[in-house]
Design a binder for this molecule. Sequence first.
Ligand code: NAD
Ligand code: MG
Length: 396
Amino acid sequence: MQGKRQVAVLGSTGSIGVNTLDVIARHPDRFGVYLLAASTSTQAMLEQCLAFRPRYAVMVDELAAQALREAMPGELATEVLAGQEELARLVAAEEIDVVMAAIVGAAGLPSALAAARAGKTLLLANKESLVMGGRLLMQAVRESGAWLLPIDSEHNAIFQCMPVEEGALPSLKGVDKVLLTASGGPFRTWTVDQMRDATPDQACAHPNWSMGRKISVDSASLMNKGLELIEACWLFSLEPDRVEVVVHPQSIIHSMVQYRDGSVLAQMGNPDMRTPIAFGLGWPERLAAGVAPLDLVATARLDFEAPDESRFPCLRLARESVAAGGTAMAVCNAANEVAVQAFLDERIAFMGIPALIESVLDRHGGGPGESLEALMAADAAARRSAEAMIEQGVGS
Ligand code: NAD
Ligand code: MG
């Protein structure tokens, strides 16, 4: 066996980051941790450094980096660095083989792009970076020869169900369309009137998955499925009309691929992110992930229904922004990030999320999004508009 594969975990203190380190810890002979990165959670990072002894720990927040430096025991050889730019530079280090991109939001784009440009094996959980900069990221992957393995459970399932030729990424040979499954979230059966009064804790109480708060709210509004629709289009070179969203409340089927001959292949398993994470880390081998085996008899039934876009307008807004193209998806993503944070801070109502995104999209539409600078500018402008609109009472 070759030497250990050196892994960088970006967003290591979050839900995906912690699950990634859980899988890595099960295979100490295969993986070494070279770099850990997070935003502000110093204590969690310190504990991870003690357990995994990375060469570098990056805190994007300067004050958090300072606090971590002071707390780091002298015998540990971990160097503490600060800032987004330092992170994007370090991710390209020659010593790194695999990068888990699990920062939340558009903030994850520069480091994911740096990993793609450096030709790393990129395990992509950070869907917002594809939504915002899909063209740029996919182009970087093609040009550098990087491997891009989707970690989002649906896209990982699609990847597993797509035709693969040896040594190559999936092709669309014989594929009719992709069936993207959605749990429907905690408000699947709620009326619009009920959702108007929904609280952040209710929105974050996902029936099947335990996740960070931002993606949990996205799941409740179905914007998560909208972002995933865009993600699927970029990852698999699909037109949006070849991606059909199907609500499947049990979250046992993680998505499906429908072939020309009528075959539909599904990937199933318990809703545990360690399955797609282990798939990405081990690929093309299969690794033990600590996931409980699927008990189909206990599951008993699998249900399916169509999504209701009148109660969940975020799905329509995401479709409209793919159709508009260019920077529209970056605008949609940025408006959503501001709206979700404002909802979590109880500044707007739950149904204010789609209202705010729609108003921001109306104002900004889409322009050409060929460069990182253009995307960052569209992202910043959309955030400013969203904030100004919240001040004016939009969404409350
Ligand atoms: P989380 O909120 O639990 O963790 C986010 C991590 O990112 C933390 O380590 C945090 O320190 C770091 N971070 C936050 N802002 C940052 C910034 N500006 N710069 C650098 N680091 C920053 O989030 P999560 O649930 O783990 O989700 C991470 C990503 O994975 C998201 O894009 C999400 O959509 C995607 N994803 C998550 C799940 C899941 O089950 N949690 C499933 C599919 C996809
Ligand atoms: Mg998902």
